[in-house]
Write a protein that binds this ligand. Structure first.
Ligand SMILES: Nc1ncnc2c1ncn2[C@@H]1O[C@H](COP(=O)(O)OP(=O)(O)OP(=O)(O)O)[C@@H](O)[C@H]1O
Ligand SMILES: [Mg+2]
Length: 229
């Protein structure tokens, strides 16, 4: 119980008023602190909707989501944004790096948003993280001067620099070739080992779950399979 990070109770999401589409149907789910979770399912099965509801980027039609004991729907917009910036890290299919900033500056961005003082020791920490994710050679490159894999590794470093409780990734390798995709997945696993961060990763890729991984399968808005390897 004490190791529970996320609790999802009777979550539904319905779009439309006249013609209703039930995109999520009574989802009940908990995630443990430090767990490594995959979500798979056909296009349109509700994966992104579920992830966005967990992060508070979207709201459920009914039901509750608690992260670390906090029910997001009870927070106002400002509080929710603060919660996201201090507790969550995001990785999307597209990197969303800021084009006018270097890799290093992009990685430091979450700390700037949190109004942390960026002194030399913080920069050194970011450089060490860049080394860890294999991009120290592009620290002063702008996003358009990096390969797709390097851009996505930068986005991964940016997601983890603030040591969030939870990293949510929506098809983080969707724009990469299979070789770069595999190396990004290996990187996420390595970071999981090092930082014990909880990960929830949506993927379309054929993945081979490792021991301890959890694999959730959504179909038409329903959780049809939940396996821990
Ligand atoms: N704003 C919206 N208005 C109406 N329907 C929506 C809206 N957003 C999503 N949907 C519908 O909800 C369903 C689930 O969408 P969602 O993006 O969660 O799917 P997904 O599993 O992430 O798919 P993909 O693998 O293609 O990314 C889809 O049928 C989609 O058309
Ligand atoms: Mg999606």
């Amino acid at each position: 119980m004490s190791n529970e990070l996320i609790r999802i109770e009777h979550v539904t999401k319905t779009y439309g008023t006249k013609i209703k589409t039930d995109v999520l149907k009574d989802i009940n789910l908990t995630f443990e602190k430090g767990s490594f979770n995959w979500i798979i399912g056909a296009s349109g099965s509700g994966k992104t909707t579920l992830l966005n509801i967990i992060s508070g980027l979207d709201t459920a039609t009914s039901g509750k989501v608690k992260i670390d004991g906090i029910e997001l729907s009870t927070l106002n917009i400002k509080e929710r944004a603060h919660f996201r910036s201090t507790h969550l890290g995001f990785i999307f299919q597209f990197h969303y790096l800021l084009p006018e900033f270097t890799a290093l500056q992009n990685i430091l961005m979450p700390l700037r948003i949190q109004k942390k003082k960026i002194d030399q020791s913080v920069k050194d920490q970011a450089l060490e993280l860049m080394n860890e994710v294999g991009i120290s050679h592009v620290s002063h490159h702008y996003p358009n001067q990096m390969s797709g894999g390097e851009q996505q590794r930068t986005a991964v470093a940016r997601a983890i620099i603030g040591q969030p409780l939870l990293i949510l990734a929506d098809e983080p390798t969707g724009n990469l070739d299979s070789h770069s995709a595999e190396s990004v997945y290996q990187l996420l696993r390595k970071l999981h080992q090092t930082y014990k961060t909880t990960f929830i990763i949506i993927t379309h890729d054929k993945i081979t779950p490792e021991k301890g991984d959890r694999l959730l399968t959504l179909k038409d808005g329903t959780l049809i399979k939940d396996v821990i390897y």
